[in-house]
Design a protein around this ligand. Structure first.
Ligand code: MF3
Ligand code: CO
Length: 293
């Protein structure tokens, strides 16, 4: 471990305490780090940043876990939002969606039911038997970001809903499984498209995953439909994988009044699961696995 009076790892000749302190040596080679920033505007995170982002991700996963436990028939999505507000306060953290974007998002989580693809806004509708819902939690802890989401099902759900819920989960986990240094961003979509096709589902192309950690949405974009983004994964990259999978056509349309809620154009169900992942020297680490997972 470098000490405060040692020369900084960046080669400036200055003492560490006068230079990059408290950031430790980059997780990856300084030249690689510079290249990723210059070419792609991707910040490869150092050990200190990774530790802080992992703490934010763990909080996000914990809050999501608590919200999922409360998502039962008769509960409204506003009640889940209230619980999210309470849990963020308790942790001295901030919910990233609140006031985000234009027009500003008005709630602290996204709750996307049935035909809603993403960015559903909590309201007073009670959850009903047969509903499927994505709960998306993104938290800011000490200035660092975590982002994850999951599906919950209420009572008995029909075959089509079960198909999108299960398929989107398999898409997420199988895409994560291939992630390691050198794998290209477009390979994620190849995994996802193949699984979707096999299960007679479609992949939403209007929303993408993203770098995350120092900001809510950082480069790179991570598309889930076929694409040619040939950026190779490198140690210290942190990004989300969050495929949105539809039972019917792939197209989504944004609500013309609230400017957020995205729905399938054919009204058929959609599902999504999301993790924040870190690329490590030997593979990857899921930063948003819930406690005891
Ligand atoms: N995981 C979602 C995303 O990355 C969370 C959206 S929150 C919202 O876009 F505020 F943008 F809706
Ligand atoms: Co996200």
């Amino acid at each position: 471990m470098i000490s405060r009076n040692d020369a900084c790892w960046c080669g400036s000749g200055k003492k560490w305490k006068k230079c990059h302190y408290p950031s430790s040596a980059p997780f990856t080679d300084v030249d690689v780090k510079k290249e990723y920033y210059n070419q792609y505007k991707i910040v490869l995170k150092d050990e200190h940043q990774i530790k802080k982002i992992e703490e934010a991700c763990q909080l996000t996963a914990y809050i999501l876990d608590e919200l999922c436990k409360q998502a039962k028939e008769g509960v409204t999505t506003n009640e889940l939002d209230q619980l999210s507000i309470k849990l963020h306060k308790q942790a001295h953290a901030k919910p990233a969606p609140l006031n985000y974007g234009n027009p500003p998002f008005t709630k602290t989580i996204c709750t996307s039911l049935n035909e809603v693809v993403c960015h559903g806004i909590p309201d007073d509708r009670p959850l009903q038997q047969g509903d499927i819902m994505n709960i998306d939690v993104s938290s800011i802890l000490d200035g660092y970001y975590g982002d994850c989401s999951r599906m919950v099902t209420i009572g008995q759900i029909d075959e089509e809903k079960k198909r999108v819920v299960d398929t989107s989960y398999q898409c997420l986990m199988d895409a994560i499984a291939i992630c390691k240094p050198g794998v290209k961003i477009f390979e994620i979509a190849e995994v996802i498209e193949a699984i979707a096709k096999k299960n007679h589902c479609t992949v939403v192309y209007q929303f993408v995953g993203h770098g995350v950690g120092l900001a809510f949405h950082e480069p790179p974009q991570v598309p889930f439909h076929y694409n040619d983004y040939s950026i190779p994964m490198a140690p210290g990259m942190i990004f989300t994988i969050e495929p949105m999978i539809n039972a019917g056509v792939a197209e989504a349309v944004i609500d013309s009044k609230d400017k957020w809620t995205a729905r399938t154009v054919d009204g058929r169900p959609s599902a999504q699961w999301e993790h924040t992942i870190l690329i490590t020297p030997s593979g990857h680490k899921i930063l948003t696995l819930p406690p005891n997972a």
